[in-house]
Ligand binder design. Sequence first.
Ligand SMILES: [Zn+2]
Ligand SMILES: [Zn+2]
Length: 234
Amino acid sequence: MLLNKVLNILFPSQCPLCGNKSDSALYNPICSSCWRGIERYTGPACRICGIPVASPLATICGSCMKKKPLFSRILYYGTYEGALKESIRLLKFSGVKRLSKPLSYLLSELSVSGFDGIVPVPLHPKKLRQREFNQMAVMGRHLAGRIKVPLMLDVLKKVHDTLPQTEVTGKERLENVKKAYLASEKAAGLELLLIDDVITTGATVSECVRALMTAGAKEVTVAALARSMPKQNT
Ligand SMILES: [Zn+2]
Ligand SMILES: [Zn+2]
């Protein structure tokens, strides 16, 4: 982490993904070749939760059909792999903060306009101290400026520190984040856009949405950079 930070300061014009010279003013520091490697997912997907479905004819997945989620929709740019995965990992775990601007472009490519506010998935204060910045709050600031929707940093809080979702398995993930988030009454009556980096089981965003809806939000849509794809049952 420290090494990455040092390299980041010494070679600000180097693409953090491949090490070549950053050749694009727009997507800086990502080079144009790596940027082209970030592809949008366009396959058939559930129109509520976004999970890929086998048939283009099925527009709602079995799980959303059985129980309608609290969020209106989950939008995401691509699948959690390749250059997109690497950029998110560098931003989140290696502190390459300047990746937040080009990555925020991906969020603005989604249907994110017309909301009353942008709410980034918050970190617990302890985690925030360790990581020094909440990558989603930084990305939210870039997005807010671009799409002219206010950034709301004081609407949602993480009140319980939890294990990283990557350290618990599928079913335990929901239990792990249960009641970890609390929303203020400022959410009341608003149509909100909740932003996160990666959707895996959706447990984190579902808990955030539950908190926002409990506080009286009218509607919450989720936008993420990536979605990790479920393993195919063979
Ligand atoms: Zn590159
Ligand atoms: Zn679904």
